[in-house]
Ligand binder design. Structure first.
Ligand code: EPZ
Length: 430
C-alpha cells in the first residue's frame, strides 16, 4: 500500500504554487452538463475527487478532452443516461452535484447516495427540501436519490442550516427553472461564488452569491464558456500552517488574499508574521507558537477544513488552546494519531482541549480523512524522527502532488509503495 515516509525536523522554506480549488472544481465540472455547447475549464486541480467525477460524467455520455493537466473541454450534447451509479462515485461527496445539474437540464436524475470523508453525519435534507420547493419529486430507493419534475418553478427557499452543498445544488436546479428563486441563509463560501460566476458566464442570471440571499432568475438555456477556477483556499491555508508548525518561511503563490482572511488572523494570533501582496502570501514563524481559541464557522468564519491543521499547530504552542468544530461532529478522529506522536489533547464532544507540548515524535500513523491526513503530515514534518503515514489515498482526494510540493520546500518526505523501501529512506535521510 502506498504510504508516506517522513523524517521531521526541517523548517520548510520557499515558494509553492497553489492549484485550483477542489471544492469549486467539483460543482463547476458537474454544472458543465447544463449546456449542449462545449465548456472549457482551466485551473482544474488534478486530484482524485475531480478525476472520479469526470469519469462518472464520461460514463453518462459527457465527452471529455484533456487539453493539459489542468484544463479540460467538456461537451454534454450526447448525454445518454441520467442514472449515475458507478462504484467510485459513491465515494465522493460531490456526486450529488450531478443531481442539481441534471435535474435542471433534463428534469430527471438518479444518482448514487453520496459518500465523502467520514467527518460526521452529512445530511442531505436541505438539498431535498430545495428540489421539492422547485417542484421536483424526490425519493431515495436502492441506494439512489431519484428526482423527477414535470417543470421546475422558482420558489422562495429558506435553508434551515448554512450548507455549501445544498446552496450549490439548489442554485443549479433553479438556473433553468421557470421564474425566480430566492435562497435565504445561503452559504457564502468562495466556491459558491465561483459556481455562480461560472453559471453566469454561461448565460445564467444569478445575483447575490457571496451574501446570504441569492436570487436566481431562471433562463431557458445555457451556452458554452471558458472559465478558470479560483485558487484553493484550503490548499493555501495548509501550506501556511506548514510554515507555522515547522518554524519555516513559506510563500504561497496564486492565491486570493481575501479568501484567506480568517486563516491569516489566526496565524497572526499564534505569533506568525504574515506578509500579503497581490496574489501571494508569505508566512514566517521563528518562535514557539502562542495559544488561541478557535471555533469553526461557515465562511467568512474559520473553515472546518482548516481545523486539523490549526490544531496541529496549537499542539506545539505554549499553554492551553480550545478548538470547537461547529460544522461537523466527528472531525477529531486524527487526535488519537496525534497523541501517538506525543500530543496532549482531550476531546469532549465537538471540542478539543489542547495542552501544547514542546515537540512531537515520529510514529506509525494513518490518515483518517483528507484534511486531517494533511495535518498529520505537517505534524510529522515537525516531529523528531521518522513517521509513516498510511491511508494517504484520502490526502490524494484533494491535494495535488502534496509530497512533491513539500519536498520542494525542503521536507524529507517520500511516497513509498513497499515497507522495504523505508529502510532505504532511513539510510538516505539518516
Ligand atoms: C462541503 O461539504 C465541502 N465539500 C467540505 O469539504 C466542507 O467541509 C464543507 O462544505 C463545509 O465547508 C465539498 O465542497 C465537496 P455542508 P458539504 O453541506 O457541502 C449540515 C473537504 O475537506 N447539513 O456545508 O457536505 C451538515 O451535516 C470537505 O474538502 C444538513 O444538516 O457541507 C453539516 O453539519 C470535507 N443538511 C453542515 O450542514 C443538509 O442538507 C455543513 O455541511 C446539508 C448539510
Amino acid at each position: 500500500m502506498e504510504h508516506y515516509a517522513i523524517k521531521g525536523g526541517n523548517a520548510l522554506v520557499g515558494e509553492v504554487e497553489i492549484g485550483g480549488a477542489k471544492n469549486a472544481a467539483l460543482p463547476i465540472l458537474a454544472a458543465s452538463v447544463m449546456t449542449d455547447e462545449s465548456v472549457y475549464i482551466d485551473n482544474m486541480p488534478d486530484v482524485r475527487d475531480t478525476n472520479v467525477l469526470l469519469k462518472a460524467m464520461a460514463n453518462i455520455g459527457v465527452m471529455e478532452k484533456r487539453t493539459g493537466r489542468h484544463s479540460v473541454v467538456l461537451n454534454a450534447a450526447n448525454v445518454s443516461n441520467l442514472v449515475v451509479e458507478d462504484d467510485n462515485i459513491k465515494k465522493i461527496r460531490a456526486s450529488y452535484y450531478l443531481i442539481g445539474a441534471l435535474l435542471s437540464k433534463y428534469k430527471r436524475a438518479e444518482v448514487a447516495l453520496p459518500g465523502g470523508c467520514d467527518i460526521g453525519c452529512r445530511a442531505i435534507d436541505q438539498h431535498i427540501k430545495g428540489f421539492e420547493a422547485l417542484g421536483a419529486e424526490v425519493v431515495i430507493e436502492h441506494g439512489l436519490i431519484k428526482t423527477r419534475a414535470e417543470r421546475l418553478m422558482g420558489a422562495h427557499i429558506y435553508m434551515d442550516c448554512v450548507s455549501v452543498g445544498a446552496t450549490i445544488n439548489v442554485m443549479m436546479a433553479a438556473t433553468l427553472a421557470e421564474g425566480t428563486t430566492i435562497i435565504e441563509n445561503a452559504a457564502k463560501e468562495p466556491h459558491v461564488v465561483d459556481l455562480a460566476n461560472f453559471l453566469n458566464s454561461m448565460g445564467a442570471n444569478i445575483k447575490g452569491a457571496g451574501t446570504d440571499v441569492i436570487r436566481i432568475k431562471g433562463v431557458t438555456r445555457l451556452h458554452g464558456t471558458e472559465y478558470a477556477i479560483i485558487p484553493d483556499q484550503i490548499e493555501a491555508g495548509t501550506f501556511m500552517f506548514a510554515a507555522a508548525v515547522t518554524k519555516g518561511d513559506i510563500t504561497v503563490k496564486n492565491v486570493i488574499p481575501k479568501h484567506l482572511e480568517s486563516i491569516v488572523a489566526k496565524l497572526i494570533e499564534i505569533g506568525c508574521q504574515v506578509e500579503e501582496s497581490d496574489d501571494c502570501m508569505r508566512v514566517v514563524a521563528s518562535k514557539r507558537l502562542k495559544t488561541t481559541h478557535v471555533k469553526t464557522l461557515p465562511y467568512p468564519g474559520f473553515p472546518t477544513d482548516m481545523q486539523p491543521q490549526i490544531a496541529v499547530a496549537l499542539g506545539l504552542s505554549q499553554g492551553t488552546s480550545i478548538v470547537t468544530d461547529t460544522i461537523f461532529e466527528n472531525r477529531f478522529r486524527y487526535v488519537d494519531e496525534l497523541i501517538r506522536m506525543g500530543a496532549h489533547i482531550k476531546v469532549e464532544g465537538t471540542t478539543a482541549i489542547i495542552d501544547g507540548v514542546e515537540k512531537y515524535t515520529g510514529a506509525r500513523i494513518s490518515a483518517p480523512d483528507l484534511r486531517a491526513g494533511a495535518a498529520l503530515v505537517i505534524a510529522a514534518l515537525a516531529a523528531e524522527g521518522y513517521t509513516t503515514v498510511e491511508d494517504i489515498h484520502y490526502i490524494e482526494r484533494g491535494y495535488e502532488d502534496f509530497h512533491l510540493k513539500l519536498q520542494a520546500l525542503g521536507a524529507q518526505i517520500e511516497l513509498l509503495t513497499d515497507d522495504k523501501e523505508f529502510q532505504k529512506f532511513k539510510l538516505k535521510t539518516g
